[in-house]
Ligand binder design. Structure first.
Ligand SMILES: *[C@@H]1O[C@H](CO)[C@@H](O)[C@H](O)[C@H]1NC(C)=O
Ligand SMILES: *[C@@H]1O[C@H](CO)[C@@H](O)[C@H](O)[C@H]1NC(C)=O
Ligand SMILES: *[C@@H]1O[C@H](CO)[C@@H](O)[C@H](O)[C@H]1NC(C)=O
Ligand SMILES: *[C@@H]1O[C@H](CO)[C@@H](O)[C@H](O)[C@H]1NC(C)=O
Ligand SMILES: *[C@@H]1O[C@H](CO)[C@@H](O)[C@H](O)[C@H]1NC(C)=O
Ligand SMILES: *[C@@H]1O[C@H](CO)[C@@H](O)[C@H](O)[C@H]1NC(C)=O
Ligand SMILES: *[C@@H]1O[C@H](CO)[C@@H](O)[C@H](O)[C@H]1NC(C)=O
Ligand SMILES: *[C@@H]1O[C@H](CO)[C@@H](O)[C@H](O)[C@H]1NC(C)=O
Ligand SMILES: *[C@@H]1O[C@H](CO)[C@@H](O)[C@H](O)[C@H]1NC(C)=O
Ligand SMILES: *[C@@H]1O[C@H](CO)[C@@H](O)[C@H](O)[C@H]1NC(C)=O
Ligand SMILES: *[C@@H]1O[C@H](CO)[C@@H](O)[C@H](O)[C@H]1NC(C)=O
Length: 529
């Protein structure tokens, strides 16, 4: 009470006088009300009442602005206005030269002008203590002021009779605190003074908490990538919170990849396609960084992008005729070595291997295999190339695949084979000399005698024509004797039967004629005369 201190001399002297010159009996002055609580800048009426029997000199001693509003026989009422601070005006009286005083206590109240929660860290690690600081400026009377720190509506701490400008509280940050709103509230409790409970609340501040495990993310990517291939590289991290707020960066060399990020409660999975391009040949660092809060975790891996075309396998001539010499050559691309070429004598790896071959018809369709090796990042890779040999030969008709003499029993079941060989495949045509009948190649069931004969088979291709004679003999038994015997027998039987018939007929005619004669004779006898 600075004002009280500056006022001290006068009341002190008056009090001292009162003590030194004590009055005849009882107090000669009193004040109404003895105490009052008023809002800052407000007004109050104070009445001084003198109890001296004679006219006394009395009044109010104060530095406040005062105005006498009522005047009675031995009482005076003053209005004190614009009261900014607590003060203690004094009523005094002078009775029989005995001065007495009475003091009234004026308490000023006002609400805090500033209640503010200091800004929270941008991100708060879970498991670390967080200090909440509330700035409270102004407000009186302080012994009636409490400061409450809140999480949402929940009271975290309450400090009463606060006489400082900053109130702090420590909370252990948890996952539950992520997204929680913190605030601070002042309570000026004047209920004991017949007034109310006055609250002022700071603006809320939202907290973001996070957990980033000490382990680094797991990076899954191939160590080597061939130019022209596409790979899905993955980066995962377990145990982070809140996974949805984490940022992931996947970088290959200088190139920033565009990862697809998926997550659940505490698991993060990022994947991105990497296309190995020829201009990126060489080694690169693949980095995965997970950023959460103000921290980050990263993993790195070396990726080698290489180019390894298959070796080139060539023939000296694209089309080869039998009995000619061709050279087979296999060349590896820069950096690679030919380790094997089928048909060539084994030797140390070389950038190119070649050999000569006198091709025969049997070589048609034969495959050559060339294998080349390349070492990439300590790993030996192989690439193969095959080449099929096409030998031009023929046409050919030989005894083995087109036998020239078939002899069969009539009616038996046989298979007639005739196959022409050659590359290109020849056209085969077998016809009977003269008649032009086609040779029935394939299953014959049964063999008929009509097919016997001599045929000429022609195999024809762009490389020429060959002819082969095929003779088919069908053996059968002559059945003429039986037919003659049967015909003879038939003739004899017919002659005998005809003879028998004729004899029988003649006999019947004779019998008839005899009968007719008898009947005529009988009629002559019976006729009356
Ligand atoms: C003055 O008043 C006090 C009481 O207020 C009393 O004790 C004292 O005797 C009085 N003195 C005289 C001279 O009357
Ligand atoms: C947090 O603060 C409390 C006291 O407020 C203390 O007991 C505790 O050990 C602290 N915890 C950490 C992790 O600092
Ligand atoms: C108020 O402040 C004074 C010093 O200014 C200190 O001595 C006192 O303990 C404080 N009271 C409270 C309740 O903090
Ligand atoms: C915190 O306050 C913000 C607005 O200020 C609100 O959107 C959010 O829902 C609040 N959070 C909680 C947990 O109440
Ligand atoms: C503090 O609260 C009171 C009511 O409780 C209100 O009248 C006053 O304006 C508030 N002060 C501020 C700075 O918000
Ligand atoms: C990345 O994940 C996908 C899907 O789970 C999988 O198919 C792929 O093989 C993974 N990539 C690597 C390099 O492990
Ligand atoms: C993260 O922020 C905290 C304070 O919020 C600080 O103590 C810590 O050093 C920061 N960490 C990094 C890696 O910046
Ligand atoms: C290729 O081989 C055949 C027989 O196998 C032979 O007659 C011919 O002369 C050979 N050609 C060459 C160029 O050696
Ligand atoms: C290539 O040939 C080698 C033998 O030379 C074999 O071991 C390897 O499996 C082949 N690779 C492919 C892809 O065919
Ligand atoms: C055909 O073969 C039969 C017996 O199998 C033989 O008697 C005949 O002489 C042969 N004919 C020819 C032209 O080879
Ligand atoms: C086929 O007939 C021709 C004459 O038309 C003859 O020159 C040739 O020798 C005959 N071939 C056979 C196999 O009978």
């Amino acid at each position: 009470m600075s004002l009280g201190a500056s006022q001290l001399p006068l009341p002190a002297i008056l009090t001292l006088l009162g003590v030194l010159l004590p009055g005849p009996g009882g107090a000669q002055i009193s004040v109404e009300p003895p105490k009052a609580i008023i809002p800052r800048g407000g007004s109050v009426q104070v009445t001084c009442i003198a109890t001296c029997d004679e006219d006394t000199f009395f009044g109010l001693e104060t530095q406040l602005m005062k105005r006498e509003v009522a005047h009675g026989n031995n009482r005076k009422t003053y209005e004190l206005s614009n009261v900014q601070e607590d003060s203690a005006p004094i009523c005094f009286s002078n009775c029989h030269n005995n001065q007495t005083t009475a003091t009234t206590s004026l308490t000023v109240f006002w609400f805090p002008e500033r209640v503010e929660l200091e800004s929270l860290p941008h991100w708060q690690p879970v498991g670390k203590n967080l200090t909440l600081r509330c700035q409270v400026e102004g407000g009186a009377p302080r012994p009636h002021l409490s400061v409450v720190l809140l999480r949402g509506e929940e009271e975290l701490s309450r400090q009463t009779k606060v006489n400082l400008t900053e109130v702090t509280a420590t909370v252990l940050a948890g996952r539950d605190d992520h997204g929680a709103n913190f605030s601070c509230r002042t309570e000026l409790d004047l209920r004991s003074e017949g007034l109310g409970l006055f609250q002022n609340v700071s603006a809320p501040r939202q907290l973001r908490t996070f957990v980033l495990p000490v382990t680094d993310p797991h990076l899954a990517a191939p160590l080597i990538m061939e130019v022209g291939t596409r790979w899905l590289v993955n980066c995962t991290l377990v145990g982070l919170f809140p996974a949805s707020e984490a940022q992931v960066m996947l970088v290959l060399g200088e190139q920033k990849l565009e990862p697809t990020v998926k997550y659940n409660d505490d698991f993060l999975w990022a994947s991105a396609w990497v296309e190995a391009k020829s201009e990126e040949e060489g080694t690169h660092q693949l980095t995965c960084a997970v950023i959460l809060g103000n921290q980050s975790r990263r993993s790195q891996q070396t990726v080698t992008i290489y180019s390894f075309p298959a070796p080139s396998l060539t023939l000296s001539q694209p089309e080869v005729s039998e009995m000619t010499v061709v050279s087979v050559e296999c060349k590896a691309h820069a950096g690679a070595m030919v380790t094997m070429l089928s048909g060539a004598p084994a030797g140390p790896p070389a950038s190119s291997v070649q050999f000569q071959l006198n091709v025969t018809a049997e070589d048609n369709g034969h495959s050559f295999l060339c294998s080349a090796a390349l070492e990439v990042a300590g790993e030996v890779l192989y690439k193969n190339k095959t080449l099929k040999l096409h030998v031009l030969y023929g046409p050919r008709l030989n005894e083995k695949d087109c036998p020239g003499n078939w002899t069969w029993q009539e009616g038996s079941q046989q298979t007639l084979r005739c196959q022409a060989w050659g590359n290109p495949t020849p056209k085969l045509d077998c016809r009977q000399n003269g008649t032009g009948f086609l040779l029935p190649i394939g299953d014959l069931r049964p063999v008929k005698r009509e097919i016997s004969g001599s045929y000429v088979c022609r195999a024809k291709s762009s490389r020429g024509e060959v002819i082969r004679e095929v003779v088919v003999n069908v053996i059968y038994h002559d059945n003429n004797v039986i037919i003659i015997v049967l015909v003879t027998a038939l003739v004899i039987v017919s002659v005998v039967l005809t003879g028998a018939y004729l004899y029988n007929r003649q006999r019947k005619i004779r019998e008839y004629k005899l009968q007719k004669a008898q009947e005529a004779a009988a009629m002559k006898l019976n006729t009356p005369p």
